[in-house]
Write a protein that binds this ligand. Structure first.
Ligand code: PLP
Length: 356
């Protein structure tokens, strides 16, 4: 559904981060009890942390400005300098966050994977101590998996990774920026997924619609350490309950409706699959990857053509687009989006004919 206060007339499929706070979030923000999170605590942030820990089945949680910081803290707290961080080679931690090695002193090793799940033999091999090989400090998991197209790796796979890591004395961190999408897709509670990791990060400002923030959950000891490290990174905020209030609404009331985003993604992918020159993944959650390779135009040309037709998407490789469904995308918007895709396809087909 388009937001009545949205000044942008186009359909924005670039990310679920474009979602606006709900009226209930604004209400909660206005009445949030506040304190100083850097001194004796902000009661609303404490409430969010308590609720998040409970939902994720962990002893403690920490509110942080972003999922990136949550992932960084998990690695800083659980890996020593000169240890290895294993992550699936297309994961967000490996592709977009491994520059953090400059801060953590760790080395990131990408493990080849399929649909977001690392090859288990390769994980076992990397964990195996041998000679001067560096020790693995943290093994990272990601669900839903962004670059694999919102895939949800099976729980049995996560359990296998956890058992291997435990046997090797390594910690497991789950990048659950979109953990709630995975939980909805699997039909299990978030704690049932987080159980396969020592620490788990959850973004509140993607499909859950909070304006900012993420939570990191884990043992009391690890989260206590992360609280100190957060200060070191400049992540301590003051009356942070202003933001945490929206986070409470996000994590307690906005999860079940993610199923609607998954249905929207399904219809978008089905419609795109019927258009000449295009194919799409069969989305498990809210991410549709569109292969434009057979259309005669590349992803940048498609982005431009769709933009001219009122639809915003993101190039995700030379011949791939990423479209993400979210709360402001309803059935009419999917129809609108598909008309734009069809029109752009006709445009490229006509251009190809004219060039002959
Ligand atoms: C899987 C995953 N992890 C972490 C992040 C980082 O989130 P943020 O940009 O909110 O820090 C993203 C952002 O897209 C993501 O997709």
């Amino acid at each position: 559904m388009r937001d009545s206060i949205d000044p942008n007339p186009s359909l924005d499929l670039r990310s679920d981060t474009v979602t606006r706070p709900t009226p209930q979030m604004y209400e909660r923000i206005a009445s949030a009890p506040l304190g100083d999170d850097g001194l004796d605590g902000d009661p609303t942030a404490v409430e969010l942390e308590t609720v998040a820990a409970e939902i994720l089945g962990k002893a403690a949680a920490l509110y942080v400005p972003s999922a990136t910081m949550a992932n960084l803290l998990a690695i800083l707290a659980q890996a020593q300098r000169q240890e290895l961080v294993l992550a699936e080679a297309a994961s967000h931690i490996y592709m977009a966050e491994r520059g953090a090695a400059a801060l953590t002193g760790t080395f990131y090793q990408g493990i080849a994977g399929t649909l977001g799940a690392m090859d288990l033999d390769a994980v076992q091999e990397a964990l195996q101590p041998s000679g001067a090989k560096l020790r693995v400090g943290v093994v990272c998991l990601e669900t839903s998996h962004n670059n694999a197209g919102g895939t949800v790796p099976p729980l049995a796979y996560m359990q296998a990774v956890q058992e291997m890591a435990q046997a090797a004395g390594a910690s497991v961190h789950l990048d659950g920026a979109r953990l709630m999408n995975a939980a909805v897709a699997l039909g299990v509670g978030p704690a049932g997924i987080a159980a396969f990791a020592d620490t788990v990060s959850v973004c509140l400002s993607k499909g859950l619609s909070a304006p900012m923030g993420a939570v990191l959950a884990g043992s009391r000891e690890t989260i206590g350490r992360c609280r100190q490290l957060r200060k070191m990174l400049g992540g301590n905020q003051r009356q942070v309950g202003i933001a945490a209030a929206a986070g409470i609404v996000a994590i307690t009331t906005m999860v079940d409706r993610l199923a609607e985003d998954h249905v929207s993604a399904h219809w978008l992918a089905c419609g795109i699959g019927e258009i000449e020159g295009l194919s799409a993944n069969d989305p498990q959650t809210n991410i549709v990857q569109v292969d434009v390779g057979a259309s005669g135009a590349d992803a940048r040309a498609w982005e431009q053509a769709l933009r001219e037709r009122g639809v915003l998407v993101r190039p995700w490789g030379r011949y791939r687009l990423r479209c993400v469904t979210h709360r402001h995308v309803g059935p009419d918007d999917i129809d609108f989006g598909l008309r734009a895709f069809r029109s752009a396809s006709e445009h490229f087909a006509a251009a190809a004919l004219a060039a002959r």
